[in-house]
Write a protein that binds this ligand. Structure first.
Ligand code: FES
Length: 124
């Protein structure tokens, strides 16, 4: 499909300058050879949970929230991890309760869940 070029119409239709208000990425990386990675800690289930909760909350539209999977985010020692933009807030979660809290507090209401923030010193 070829996009049309009508600057006036395009800007009127755009939901926001960044398209989504917030974007959360889940590392779903699975390493071979037994090395630990986020996929070993139910990252896929957390990603699916987040997607369903965002949809159930009516937040899954342009101008609102997008939930995406990602490869290794290079913070494996803190995994499983997810990161929310534009705030660039990193989370280390454990279970579905943590995901629900991130959705309700941060993705819906813009309040960072401090107890789940990834410690700044943890990388790969
Ligand atoms: S395996 Fe998830 S951050 Fe590297």
């Amino acid at each position: 499909m070829t996009p049309t070029r009508d600057p006036g119409a395009a800007s009127a239709a755009a939901p926001s300058a960044s398209y989504y208000e917030r974007h959360i990425f889940f590392c779903l990386n699975q390493r071979d050879g037994g090395e630990d990675s986020c996929a070993n800690h139910k990252a896929k289930e957390a990603y699916e949970r987040c997607k369903s909760q965002v949809k159930a909350a009516g937040l899954s539209a342009p101008g609102q929230v997008r939930v995406n999977q990602a490869g290794c985010l290079n913070r494996c020692a803190a995994g499983p991890v997810a990161v929310v933009y534009p705030e660039a807030v990193w989370y280390s979660y454990v279970d579905a309760h943590d995901i629900d809290e991130i959705v309700e507090s941060h993705l819906k209401n813009g309040q960072v869940v401090e107890r789940l923030r990834t410690p700044a010193h943890l990388g790969r």
